[in-house]
Design a binder for this molecule. Sequence first.
Ligand code: NAP
Length: 291
Amino acid sequence: MTAPRERTVVVDGKALASTLRSEIQHEIARLVAAGHRPPCLAVVLVGDNPASMSYIKGKRRACERAGMTSREHDLPADATQEDVVDLVEALNRDASVDGILVQLPLPKPLDASAVIEAIDPAKDVDGLTTHNAGRLVAGLPGLRPCTPLGILAVLERHAVPIEGASAVVIGRSILVGKPISLLLLERNATVTICHSRTRDLAGVVREADILVAAAGSPRLVKGDWIRPGAAVIDLGVNIVDGVQHGDVDFDAALGVAGLLTPSRGGVGPLTITMLLRNTLEAYQTRHGLRS
Ligand code: NAP
């Protein structure tokens, strides 16, 4: 017998993002009212990839609405590695810049890892430098990657118990799988990380109180893999025949999962929100304003 769909809380990522953004906006308004300048995010775009240009537009709008300054630094598609690194280093030295984001992917043959490594860790609002990744592994404070922070925000704002929970993460990327695994471990979950060589993926997933699916494989997770009542976070953005699918079979998960994020409008809107929060945090830390 199929359980009623109402048993599943479907996360409204847009609404949650809006709540969190107004909290950030209030904090910035408070700082500005106290005589401080607003935080400033510098975004570096190399080339004219339409998807990147659209993401940057969204980020600029989000910054403006939150009361932050957003600065764009565009370089041509044929910019050299040295051009990009020189720009990042100039932004590192610029005291009016609090956060630096290099929009990925970079055009070939640029080496994205070397560019990211050039970012001052104190301004690394994407949390992708090895310095900040190392601090996460070491359990030290630092800027964390935005998408994993968005996942935590979903779990925490829906009061999903993390401590002691069995958390299964599908995917071990540096962007999502590894950092979210460490963040859940930091919050005392018992974490299992799965990947393409995992044996009996279905059996492992069935043990999960919290499932994070970040594989990039459409409808990989079937309804009968999900433990009844589990919190299921679907990161997958997979376009098949023009239709977006997550890594979880959404319809089959309804009525089984206790909480479920849709592929569209789930964690996605929270990623930019966490970029704003990281920029605010970087600003407060650099100016000794953290409460
Ligand atoms: P990625 O770098 O391609 O990593 C995918 C991971 O999933 C790899 O570790 C891979 O294993 C594993 N995997 C792939 N197929 C699998 C399978 N059939 N069974 C078990 N494991 C499998 O991807 P990513 O950057 O982490 O992104 C993952 C997904 O999240 C993508 O769909 C991406 O578009 C989406 N995403 C969404 C957001 C958002 O804000 N909503 C943000 C970032 C990413 P191996 O390591 O063994 O290859």
